[in-house]
Every structure is written in structure tokens, then in C-alpha cells.
Write a protein that binds this ligand. Sequence first.
Ligand code: AMP
Ligand code: ZN
Length: 510
Amino acid sequence: MTIRFYNTLTNSTEEFTPVEDDCVRMYSCGPTVYDFAHIGNFRSFLFADLIRRTLEFFGHNVHHVMNITDVGHMTDDSNADGGGEDKMEAAAKRVKEDKKSGKVPEGAVENPDNPFQIADYYTHAFLDDAKLLGIKVAFESDNILKATENIDTMQDMISLLIDRGHAYVGADGVVYYSVESFSDYGQLSGNSLEELREGASDRLNASDQANKRHPADFMLWKADPSHIMKWDSPWGTGYPGWHIECSCMARKRLGKDVIDIHTGGEDLIFPHHECEIAQSRGATGAEAFARFWMHARFLLVDGGKMSKSKGNFYTVRDVLEGRVLDENNEPTGVQVHPAVLRLELIKSHYRSNMNFTRKGLQDSASIVKRLTDFRARLEAAAGDERVEVDLSHPILADFGKALADDLNVSGALGVIVPWAATTPDNPAEALAVLDRINSVLAIAPLDSSDGDSSDNGDGESEIQTLCKQLDEARAAKDYATADAIRDQIQAAGFEVKTTPDGTVAERPLA
Ligand code: AMP
Ligand code: ZN
């Protein structure tokens, strides 16, 4: 099957083939961990997960890496010059307030003035949410790289860029990348250096301009001993720019100068990804950094931008725990199963803005329920019989054809939802087909089993502990305690199920 993806770099849909047959190397820009990631962020992360799962469906081996930005992402990063306040620094102020209001639970982030504690708290929260939504890379700790743990690699790349004539120390002591040194700067975003010069001139004051060779030159390292997070370097004690981390970590973990796919949300095209390309190619001299640049359009809520002031700014926990607002701006109180949120966030085409609505969630819940019921029917009919199927099966061929067409999820659903209403002649074969479909969609069931997460206040790990305690109480025939624990799990919004492997708590489907 020919797989075709839209490539932002060439503004066209192209046939995808990996640089090396044995492995697709893929990098995704991860979250900046100064707050809970919102469902818009998760749209982008799920989009990356969908690419990976689709490639695996077609038999590719995929090495997927994601970073955690825990330093260097400035509040003014819509420009490329690293202005403003570090987002981790800004977070310290907010977390103090959130601790007072209880949004950050008692005991978490003991010292909000310590940005490492803030980053750690939100990193765990992100990974817990990502696992809940079945994002595979979140289960692979080796493939999740933190910026603060890779400062040496960044310094090495900065030295290399200086040696190769792509970077220089400005009059203010900041190390800048020289955009004029890289003739393809602007290729991804369609900006020309002249346009950037004009745009930047309005923004930068005379002294800023005097420090740089070109107004669009961007920061690689800034000496600033007063910064909240700082490291020694040949250019003074300070901190790295945001863009350099991804160039370094992609190369370090994926082990190649040229990778296959790089993903992010549409806002990252410029400056972040433009700067990554300049840095990576500047350092390696290679003709390309990533062959395919793939970007998800933004998620909107009820047709508008998500914003804290409108109250329509939802985290994953907000949605799962029933805090989506109704038409009277009141929380609906309707708990949502993670599989439903996962489907809702992947079902619209990634190159269209997605509109998050209660109606959409209900539709997704009904699809998840249909597929879950279908699986239960097939399992009952198939008994112990298990068979293998290959992608030539007509349902898999049509499902695959839609996904291979630049991830046409709605087309894929159009194949499987009517099929789920049928009674297949060979239930064991149909079950095998459903398993393969579910290896991509991961909604029936959603495998969000979470082996190594710690509890960060969202209650998931606590619930698992309660399930164990319930089993222990039952084994000891202490039924009063077992009942009390079951009530406690149900009160937290979970259904309690007894399985051959012990008690399992699941969120209800809708
Ligand atoms: P950040 O945590 O700000 O570094 O963003 C993490 C990822 O989420 C990036 O790939 C962003 O492009 C993406 N992103 C941010 N807001 C949205 C949104 N409303 N819809 C989709 N993706 C988003
Ligand atoms: Zn990045």
C-alpha cells in the first residue's frame, strides 16, 4: 500500500518511504511543562501517535522520540529572538496561587520557587494523561527526553555551529544563530530574510538590533547568572534557547542526521521548526533534517479559541471528570471515558481545525460503545478460537486505504462503523480484524495500562492501589472493608469490575 502524507516542507502530499527500510525515525515536539497540557496540545500529540500507529499497521518499525521542554521556552517565542520571561519562571508565580486554591494538590511542588519541582510535577501529569489516552511513546521512558538533562549535548552543538560559521557571540554576549549563514532559512515557513528583517525591525529596539548581525538571528545560549535555571558554559553561566533542544535531542536519540518525520502543532512551523532545520543542517551539513514535516491544525472549542478567560480551556482531567461546560456555562458533570476523548481528538482530519463540542463527544461515545459491544459479541461467538488475518482482508484493505490517504480517519470510521453493525460469519476472523484496526485507533479497548506512573493528584494510581487493597480485603474475607473500598472507587467516578486478574476500575464510557 502506498502511504501518502502531506509535507509542510513541500506544501504537497507525497508518497512516504523511510530513509532506511528497517526503521522510521520520528520526532515530535513535546509539551512545555509549566502547566497541565490542554486538549489542544493533546490533539497534536495524538496526531503523532496516529502517524506512528498507522505506520506500524503497515508493518513499519517506528522509533518515536518526544522531548519535554523544561527550560528555555520564553513567553515571547512567537518571535525567534528568545525575548520575554522563561515560562518556567512565570509558572512559579502561578503555582503559588494554584496551591492556595487547591488546583495543585497539597504535598505536590513543595517549593514553587524551584522550577525543577514544577517541571517534574507537570512532566508526570503529562505522562499520566498521555498514557490514559494511549499515546505509545509515553510508555517508553527512553524515548522521552528532557531538555534539562541534555544541556551538554546542546553546548556541543552550539560549539559546532560556531566552528562551522553558523553562530556567533553577539555584542551582548548572547550566542546567536546567523540566519544569513544558512541559505535555506525560510524554506519551511515561506518567510524571506527581507520580510523577517522588516518584521523584526518594528519589534526590536536599536540596542537589540545592534547586538545581532541580522534582526532575525535567534538565540542559542544566553549568559544570565540571575536566570531561574542556569548552567556553566563557555559563553557564561546561563541557559539554552528553546529551539536548540529539539535539534540536539532528535539527533542524539534517533542517531541519524536525517530523520523521516518531524511533527508538531501548526504554531511551531515558525519560528521553532524553521530554526530547528537551520541548526540541524548547519551542524551536520546534511541536505535535510527531517524528510517530512507534519503539522496539526489547532483545536477550537465551540468554534472559538480556547482561552482561560472564556472558561473553555480544558485539560484532559477537566474533560474526563465532567468539567466541560454546558450552554449555561455550568460543568456538565458527565464523566468521559479516555477512549472517547481519544477518538474525539483524532477523528477530524489533522489538517483542518478541529471543533471540540459536547455533541462531538457524544458522537464519539456512541462509536466507542458500538465497537466495544461489537467486540463483546465477537468474543462471545468466537469462544477460544483465534485466527490470523493479513491486510488483504476487505475490511482491513479499505480501512488501511483511508489511513494511507494522509490519515483519513473519518474515511476509516466510515468503513468500520457500519461493519460493526453486522454479524460476521466468521467471528474469530472478525475479532482478528478488529484487533488490527484497534492497534491504530486504540479505542476498543483503549490500552492505557500504566505500569510506572506515580500519583500526581489525578487519582489514577491511587485507584489502582485501591483495587489491590480491595482484592486483599476480599482474600482475607474482610467484606466490610472490601465494600467500603469499592464505594470509594465508585465515588471517584469509576466502574468496578471483577476479572480473573483481580479488580479493575474503569471509567464509564459516557
Ligand atoms: P507547548 O506545550 O506550548 O510547547 O505545545 C505543545 C504542542 O501543542 C505543540 O506541538 C503545539 O503546537 C501544540 N498546540 C498548542 N495549542 C494547540 C491547539 N489549540 N491545538 C492543537 N495543538 C496545539
Ligand atoms: Zn521542538
